[in-house]
Write a protein that binds this ligand. Structure first.
Ligand SMILES: Cc1cc2nc3c(=O)[nH]c(=O)nc-3n(C[C@H](O)[C@H](O)[C@H](O)COP(=O)(O)OP(=O)(O)OC[C@H]3O[C@@H](n4cnc5c(N)ncnc54)[C@H](O)[C@@H]3O)c2cc1C
Length: 503
């Protein structure tokens, strides 16, 4: 087993695997090191008693079979390049919102149907609704016509800017705009503005004013173009396919292999040391860990360390994985739901309940006559830190939080509690421990007033050390970290002398 490669990647999250796959396909040798026994990080699957649960993500963009859906259609483009396949099922509804003030709105793939359902509740805002979402469409139209690449890659920026000067200029202006402020240009009904906040919070865990228009333009427009899909067999089918691609071109993914330190000499990363003391060397190192873990845990030199508040830390999660009797899931239930009972608490731990039942789309993830339900709320390690992991108090608190989530979900699924056959709960500490994520955080967010260019990018203060994943631009979400993997791979490939072709 070789202990040296052109590029070492720390972590097999989707950001890390995408970087590895594209570099390996281009002819660079890669070794991806993963502490767990499986790939995918927050986009993995795990099985219990015949049920397959998605560890985190289950709403997926970027899988359209139709190339007209532009350059943001990244999964399809990458899998085609690698010559591997992921079988997906189209989902006709991205999310079904169940909010206070009788706001009950499914977001259909068909945008006209979505407008109709929103306008039914807010008829006096019919024009404002169209104008606001039209702005998001404009962002999407620009982004989906530009090739994916790094904002730090001057050659890429010059090439795209030269070809599409007007679009790039428009996009540059948009980076300073917020989704919420744009909404307020067209919409005045405070209840509708709260709905717009939820449209942002559902994926960005921030209100609309704090969310860049550019990010919103991807999430809230592409769902009506490329659409939402679910990979057959569960979320883990995505990392599994990326690993097949890496291995097909001769790359290596090593499991149960944890990196303890990134080795730096004279300001350059030149390899890593594993927890078992082994040393691996490379021309470049990529960290798929969070920005806090990369800077404070993996780099020894305090000059590279950062304070916790250097970036706004998103909360963590409490997650509940349920195997349930199929009788509790109505035949016409949509797959993904967001439930808020009280506006004043929507952004506090437990204020918003997310739940998904992907076995509605893919029956292979549950035994016959059963369904999987993944329900989760935002949470913080600080709510749990007074309890010893594994103690009876810790277990009691897990049960209490789980009961409360089930009670809330029973508003939609009466009798859910009695239909549960198996139950697995994960606290912010589980998230922190399994994925080595600082405080189990969902990753860094922008402080109010910051723009997307102030997010960490793929380069780091250490030469030849790069970053990919949700700590880097554009941010959280599987399609976003895929973008970050593409831009990271393109930076490294250019630096090492064999630039990538555009996807
Ligand atoms: C509950 C939940 C629901 C979500 N729902 C959605 C959704 O529906 N749709 C969507 O698009 N996104 C969703 N997301 C977000 C999405 O899953 C993440 O943004 C994305 O998967 C993060 O990918 P990543 O590459 O940044 O890293 P991660 O998934 O965090 O992976 C990093 C990997 O690196 C490994 N690692 C870390 N440190 C080391 C080390 N020192 N040595 C070796 N290995 C190491 C970890 O074990 C892990 O496997 C959800 C996330 C959560 C938590």
């Amino acid at each position: 087993m070789s202990n040296s490669a052109d590029v070492i990647i720390i972590g097999s999250g989707i950001g890390g695997l995408t970087t590895a796959a594209l570099l390996q396909e281009r002819g660079f040798s890669t070794i991806t090191l993963e502490k767990n026994s499986y790939p995918g990080g927050s986009c993995a699957s795990f099985s219990r008693q015949g049920y397959t649960f998605d560890a985190g993500a289950s709403v997926f963009y970027g899988f359209s079979r139709n190339d007209e859906h532009g350059t943001l259609n990244l999964h399809s483009r990458i899998f085609r390049k690698l010559g591997v396949d992921v079988d997906v099922v189209a989902d006709p509804v991205q999310i079904h919102y169940h909010l206070p003030d009788s706001i009950d709105v499914p977001v259909f793939y068909d945008q006209e149907k979505f407008f109709a359902s929103l306008t039914r509740r807010f008829p006096h805002e019919a024009r404002g609704i169209r104008l606001f979402y039209r702005e998001l469409e404009a962002v999407y139209e620009i982004l989906s016509s530009l090739q994916a690449g790094s904002l730090e890659d001057i050659v890429h920026i010059a090439s795209v800017g030269g070809r599409y000067p007007l679009k790039v200029a428009q996009l540059a202006l948009m980076t300073f705009r917020s989704m919420g402020k744009t909404a307020r240009k067209y919409i005045s009904d405070p209840q509708l503005l709260r709905f717009i906040d939820m449209e942002s919070y559902s994926w960005a865990v921030q209100d609309a004013v704090s969310t860049p228009l550019v990010n919103a333009g991807i999430c809230l427009a592409d769902r009506h173009h490329g659409g939402i899909h679910y990979p057959r067999g569960g979320a883990g089918a995505i990392p599994a396919a990326l690993c097949r691609g890496i291995e097909k071109f001769g790359g290596v993914v090593r499991y149960n292999t944890e990196v303890e330190e990134i080795l730096v000499r004279n300001g350059r990363a030149e390899g890593v040391r594993l927890t078992d003391g082994d040393i691996l060397t490379s021309r470049a190192v990529v960290s798929n860990a969070t920005v806090w873990d990369t800077r404070n845990r993996l780099l020894e030199d305090p000059r590279y360390h950062i304070s916790e508040d250097r970036f706004l830390r998103a909360p963590s999660w409490f997650q509940l994985y349920l195997g349930v009797d199929a009788s509790v899931i109505p035949d016409d239930l949509n797959v993904h739901h967001i439930l808020v009972d009280n506006w004043s608490e929507y952004d506090s731990p437990g204020g918003t309940v997310y739940f998904s039942a992907p076995s509605i789309l893919d029956s292979s993830v549950a035994p016959p006559g059963k369904h999987v339900v993944h329900a989760f709320i935002t949470d913080e390690t600080s709510r749990w830190s007074h309890l010893r992991r594994g103690s009876s108090e810790y277990r009691e608190m897990k049960k209490k939080v789980a009961r409360e989530i089930i009670r809330r979900a029973e508003r939609l699924l009466p009798g859910l509690g009695d239909a549960v056959e198996i139950e697995v709960a994960a606290t912010p500490f589980t998230h922190e421990r399994y994925l080595n994520r600082f405080k189990g955080s969902y990753g860094p967010l922008l402080y109010p007033g910051q723009n997307v260019l102030q997010k960490p990018q793929n380069r780091t203060p250490v030469k030849d050390l790069y970053a990919a994943g949700d700590s880097t631009f554009p941010g959280q979400g599987v399609i976003a970290v895929t973008y970050s993997g593409v831009s990271c791979a393109s930076c490294i490939a250019r630096k090492l002398g064999n630039p990538l072709d555009y996807l």
